[in-house]
Structures are given as C-alpha cells and as structure tokens.
Design a protein around this ligand. Structure first.
Ligand code: PAF
Length: 282
C-alpha cells in the first residue's frame, strides 16, 4: 500500500497501470467504516489497482460547523487500509493540492436531479461533489468508480456528471451496509451517543414500514406514517421524508405500476444529520 499526498507522485505510480491494466477508484472523506471497505473490496476484485482518496471536500459543505466537526481520522484509516488485501494506492491530498489555491465549485446543471431532496436542503452541495469528482476523475482516469447507495441521489448525480463531462468511467452503485439494528453505516455515526445510535434504528424501521405498506396505502397515508414515526421522539427529528421516482428523483404524485419508487429521509440526532433510503416498489 502506498500513500500519496501530491498529484505528481500519484500520477507517477498510476502511469505504469494505464496500459492493459484497470484502475478502480473509491472516493471517500475518510473516517472509514465497513461500508467503505465493501466498496474497496469490490473494486479490488474487479480491477488491477484501486485508488482510495481520503479528502474532506470543503466545497460540498453548506454548513461551516458541519465541515469543522466532520471526523478526520487519517492515522486510523491508514492502519485499517493496511489490513486489506489487494493492490491499493491511497491519495490523501490537502485542499491546496486538489484546488490549486481557488477552493471554488463549478456550477452544474444535472438536469434537475440537483434540485430535489439533498439539493433543496443543502444548497450548493452537489456542485461541490461534482467539482471535486471531476478533478479526481480527470487526474486518476479510473476505469470504474464505486459509490454507496446510501447517498442514492449522489450516485445518480455522479452518473449524470460523467455524461456531462464526457468522462470514460463506469459508475458502480453498491448496496447500503447496515449495523445489526439496521442503521446505515456512515462516518457521521461516530458522532452519535450510544443512545442516539440505538434510537437511529428508527430510520431503517420506518423505511421498512413504508416498503411493507406501499402497495396497500395511499401516498398521503405513507407520508403521514413516516412523520408520525418521528413525532415525540426525544432523540430524532425528521428533516424530510419523500417517496420519489427512483430515476428522476421527483416526488411521487401518484403510484404507477412499473415505475421504480424509493423512499428517502433525512433526520437530525442532535446536530448530526443522518440520511437513508430504500427501494419500496416494484
Ligand atoms: O460520499 C462522499 O463521501 C463524498 O461525497 C465524495 C463522493 C467522496 C466526494 O467528496
């Protein structure tokens, strides 16, 4: 395993892989957990070399406090990565290396995907994600890049980014990895108290309840069910719940056969923001 902090040293290592070998890429913001490890092991099994980036990207945070509190655990992350099998290259640059003095986002039109859910609640977030991934994709030129479905909207947006920027990379979505109680793994979970972590199983339980009731309930009833689940909860407050078309991400206005629907939610546990989603139909 090799650690690189500059573009030049990374490119030097990758140059020998450009011909006849495949490069997999797992972008992360560190504080690695089993969800990241699943992405890395899929990449290792499908590519000759896997680049893992560890970079807390400032341009995708719309809230300065959230950026400051985001867990940074580089030493632990490197120890964990050392235990993995496979040909790994780690890229852990500073903001200056990535952005070259101007820490600014490009403004993207992702065909409306950016205006739904996370886009509404975190203005500018997807411009920041698109900007940093465009920089990484052009630098690393991976054959395949791996993203978790926990950030389902991000995954759809990355597929669109690759189209807009005409990048030659396969974007691969991987299933959500969960704790035994159903809580989706996230770097932010590190900031939860034991009680909050237990209570946060409610996100998963609510999504399962919606999936089970989807066929026999109206959208109004389903929305009410989700908001009731969080009323009077001392630990969790619901920011949004939506049932959306899984392709356009637009809020479902009616239920149509053969349209894939997904339920999405964002919840605050204290000042920690958690998101989750689940396919509810067909
Ligand atoms: O999902 C994340 O951790 C980030 O949004 C990503 C894809 C690493 C871009 O900074």
């Amino acid at each position: 395993m090799k650690l690189h902090k500059t573009r030049e040293s990374l490119l030097d290592t990758l140059s020998s892989y450009r011909q006849n070998k495949t490069i997999g890429f797992v972008p992360t913001m560190g504080a690695l957990h089993r969800g990241h490890l699943a992405l890395i092991s899929q990449s290792v099994s499908e590519n000759d070399i896997t680049v893992v980036s560890i970079f807390v990207n400032p341009t995708q945070f719309n809230n300065q406090a959230d950026l400051e509190k985001y867990p940074r655990t580089l030493e632990n992350d490197l120890q964990l990565l050392k235990t993995l099998k496979g040909n790994l290259v780690i890229f852990a640059p500073t903001a200056e290396v990535v952005y070259d003095q101007k820490v600014l986002s490009k403004s993207y039109d992702f065909g409306g995907l950016e205006n739904e859910m996370e886009g509404k609640h975190r203005p500018g977030h997807f411009d920041g994600v698109g900007t940093v991934l465009n920089i990484f994709f052009r630098l690393i030129r991976p054959n395949r890049a791996y993203f978790g479905e926990k950030d389902f909207q991000q995954l759809q947006i990355v597929k669109k980014l690759v189209e807009i920027e005409m990048l030659n990379v396969d974007v691969i979505g991987c299933p959500i990895v969960r704790e035994a109680n159903g809580l989706a793994l996230s770097s932010r979970n590190q900031r939860l108290s034991q009680e909050e972590r237990e209570e946060a199983a409610l996100l998963y339980q609510t999504l399962v309840q919606i999936r089970e009731n989807f066929a026999n309930s109206s959208l109004t009833e389903l929305n009410a069910m989700a908001s009731e689940a969080f009323t009077n909860n001392d630990f969790l407050s619901l920011e949004y719940f939506e049932i959306a078309n899984a392709t356009t991400l637009k809020t479902a206005e009616e239920k149509n056969h053969n349209v894939p629907y997904r339920a999405f939610l964002a919840v605050f546990a204290g000042d920690v923001r958690l998101i989750d989603n689940m396919q509810v139909s067909p």
